[in-house]
Design a protein around this ligand. Structure first.
Ligand SMILES: [Zn+2]
Length: 499
């Protein structure tokens, strides 16, 4: 970075991957996955981690609580709603209401953010009065979100300028942007807000979030870094952690990252065209506005084989950014040995798939013990499966219309459920015919949907793991409910009503 950094140009990164991101359909994370993601966010320099919605369920509360205990650098906050949902109807009522909520939040902490849901479509006089009231009542951060992803950069810029000019006590609070990507402009809008004086960006890893998602953390961070000439702002993010964070969140949510995704997509630094390749060979700066290394891309390296020992494995995990508990480490090492017996070359991606699965399945109530399948041209295909269901061993043999169907029928026979299979996808983790298969499965039940992944050199075993993973997540989600109103965070309260 430049030597001219000044505090007034410092942009606070408020990460809401674990709240807004996790709230999007199918992106449910387990307790362990949330802790893992939070630890990485904490070490990579995120300023504020919105860790969840404590009132939503005991599970959310426990996650926020645990993350708050572990955080070393970041401020941890939880979301709470204001009690008044219908802003239009309660127009006159909300000003004192907002004040009451902020005052109440201030009784718990001195760090309060107030947020105007659907701020970009709110009438200006009313918005200014609410902001003034919230600051008077003690709000230290004012968030004006584009909840429905409707605004454009010029408009969002003008809105922040207007509010900051008209609200008499505007200099007493930090202004924050929170943009949704329905028209693909979340990043551009967020940066426009910063140019107009906002100094906090609410964003998520990979831009996950409701509907078309949120502002992608990796994109705003790199935009300000690469184009610091026109966006002279800076953050505390260690950019070399961006790829690792992207992969971890991709694995935890089972949301695949599009190949052409800016900054972290598989093709983000691949130059296919002959002219470009030629230019790249002569001078990498010809077509490269940033280096792959600057966002944490490493050359895929041949890592290990079956002769690699525990020490090398632990070293590799550290290099990839994992910090496992000793029992998890033991399990992961055993799974690595099993994999290395079956697969000659074990790559970084294989290790990541293996460990991510280890973290994702640590709390599973249903586990795959063994599976054998008879497949081929002469049907019907048959599967024999043994499961561990909360410590009880069950076995079942089923036929199916194809081997995958036979495998899933075994699960249905042993764990009866109404969930519908919405998606079944197979990817190869690396290249080669001995590559591990990575299967993604999405199940939905009563409007709730969950996605899970399973990896194995055997596609059918990977399919069984993915299906069971989704079923386990669905069981966790069944126990969740939505509550009423509450204003309790851990070290910070985030009093908002953001969608
Ligand atoms: Zn949102």
């Amino acid at each position: 970075m430049t030597t001219t950094q000044s505090e007034k140009d410092r942009v606070v990164i408020f990460d809401t991957t674990l709240r807004d991101g996790e709230q999007c359909p199918g992106a449910t994370m387990t307790h362990e996955e949330k802790i893992e993601v939070a630890e990485l966010l904490d070490t990579m320099g995120v300023d504020i981690i919105e860790a969840g919605f404590p009132i939503a369920s005991d599970g959310d509360f426990a996650a926020v609580n645990e993350i708050a205990k572990r955080a070393k650098n970041a401020v941890i906050c939880g979301l709470s709603r204001a009690s008044f949902k219908d802003i239009d109807r309660c127009a006159e009522a909300i000003k004192p209401a907002a004040r009451t909520q902020v005052t109440r939040a201030r009784n718990h902490t001195d760090d309060v953010e107030w947020s105007a849901e659907d701020g970009t479509r709110t009438e200006h006089d009313f918005l200014c009065r609410c902001v003034e009231g919230a600051i008077n009542a003690g709000a230290t951060t004012i968030n004006i979100p584009d909840t429905v992803g409707y605004t454009v950069p010029e408009e969002y810029f003008a809105l922040f300028e207007m509010v900051r000019q008209r609200v008499p006590n505007a200099d007493k609070a930090v202004f924050s942007v929170h943009c949704h990507n329905d028209l693909g402009m979340a990043v551009a809008n967020s940066l426009a807000g910063v140019k107009a004086g906002a100094r906090q960006i609410e964003c998520t890893i990979n831009g996950i979030g409701e509907r078309a998602g949120n502002t992608a953390l990796e994109e705003v961070v790199m935009a300000m870094r690469v184009r610091n000439d026109v966006l002279p702002f800076w953050t505390g993010i260690d950019a070399t952690s961006l790829l690792r964070a992207s992969k971890l969140v991709g694995a935890a949510t089972s949301f695949p990252i599009q190949y052409n995704k800016a900054i972290v997509g598989r093709n983000a630094f691949a130059h296919e065209s002959g002219i470009h390749q030629d230019g790249m060979l002569k001078n990498t700066q010809t077509y490269e506005i940033m280096t792959p290394e600057s966002v944490g891309v490493k050359q895929t390296s041949l890592v290990m084989g079956k002769h690699s020992g525990r020490h090398a494995f632990v070293h590799k995990l550290e290099e990839l950014g994992y910090h496992l508990q000793s029992n998890q480490l033991e399990d992961a090492f055993m799974r690595f040995k099993t994999l290395a017996d079956r697969k000659k070359h074990v790559y970084d991606e294989d290790i990541e798939a293996l460990v991510d699965e280890e973290i994702a399945t640590a709390q599973d109530r249903i586990k795959l013990v063994s599976l054998s399948v008879i497949a081929g041209t002469r049907g019907p295909q048959r599967a024999t499966m043994r499961l561990d269901v909360e410590g009880k061993q069950l076995i079942e043999e089923c036929e199916g219309n194809g081997p995958v169907d036979a495998v899933f029928n075994c699960v249905k026979a042993m764990v009866p459920h109404e969930a519908v299979l919405e998606l079944y996808q197979v990817h190869a983790v690396t290249e080669g015919t001995d590559a591990q298969a990575e299967v993604s499965v999405r199940l939905s039940e009563n409007g709730r949907s969950v996605t899970s992944k399973g990896a194995d050199p055997d596609t059918l075993v990977a399919s069984a793991k993915a299906y069971l993973g989704a079923l386990n997540k669905l069981i966790i989600k069944r126990n969740r409910g939505m509550g009423e109103t509450l204003v309790v965070g851990e070290r910070r309260i985030h009093s908002t009503d953001v969608g």
